[in-house]
Design a protein around this ligand. Structure first.
Ligand SMILES: Nc1ncnc2c1ncn2[C@@H]1O[C@H](COP(=O)(O)OP(=O)(O)OP(=O)(O)O)[C@@H](O)[C@H]1O
Length: 214
């Protein structure tokens, strides 16, 4: 279980804290959804959760273990908004093996199947995939590292209706095995899947629904 205990972030360049005493818990195989307008601190929170930035105050835990940023980098897999813009492999296989050349073909095949890309050739250039397939590949790139926590920044942004529905179904499948934390400016597409829904406003987690969202 992931626990945030009064996490704040106030970089020297900012007049006010960007994140203010954020506390929440997220159990395994649950989806948390954090909804907030532009500038509310969603991406900054994901940067902290993925170990890219250290909080100014507060603590993060996985079960009883306090987490340092290096541990979060191992524990969490972050899928950026528009992840296809960050592809750097020439082929699907290369993309999956970036930073992990040791990954075997069995693991590659299994991971692609888990995101519904079992039928594509490993030699396909990522940029030749459809928009929905590219999002699936971006998820696979993180899943193949076997993170405990999957972090997603606006996962359905820019997809057409049909690709959006396919991605939402995939996220519902992934929730069966992983903890998912999604940030978005719009709850409409994903609220029905979420076990917890929070609102982020000016760096404060204002509302917290402890009961599963209907
Ligand atoms: N290192 C920093 N120094 C100063 N200000 C920062 C820094 N990082 C982020 N900010 C500011 O903190 C606020 C929150 O930024 P953040 O990118 O986390 O918001 P967001 O909710 O993800 O917005 P969007 O939906 O537009 O991506 C913004 O006003 C941003 O300009």
């Amino acid at each position: 279980m992931l626990t945030l205990d009064n996490v704040s972030y106030h970089p020297a360049a900012a007049i006010a804290p960007i994140l203010k005493q954020i506390s929440f818990k997220l159990e395994p195989k649950k989806m948390g959804l954090i909804v907030g307008p532009s500038g509310s601190g969603k991406s900054t929170l994901l940067e902290i959760l993925s170990g890219l930035v250290a909080p100014s105050k507060g603590r993060l835990y996985w079960r009883e273990q306090e987490l340092q940023p290096e541990m979060l980098q191992q524990l969490a897999g972050l899928v950026f908004q528009f992840p296809e813009r960050h592809f750097c492999g020439h082929t699907v296989l290369e993309e999956l093996r970036v930073g992990h050349p040791e990954l075997g073909s069995e693991q590659v095949t299994k991971t692609l199947e888990s995101v519904g890309l079992g039928a594509i050739s490993l030699q396909t250039p990522p940029h030749a995939l459809s928009g929905g397939q590219q999002r699936r590949l971006a998820l696979a790139v993180q899943l193949i590292r076997q993170p405990y926590l999957l972090l997603l920044d606006e996962p359905t942004a820019g997809l057409d209706w049909s690709m959006k529905q396919q991605l939402i179904s995939l996220l519902a499948e992934l929730k069966k095995n992983w903890s998912l934390l999604i940030v978005s400016h719009d709850a409409r597409d994903l609220a029905h899947l979420a076990d917890y829904c929070w609102t982020l406003q000016n760096g404060e987690l204002l509302t917290q629904s402890l009961d599963p969202v209907a």
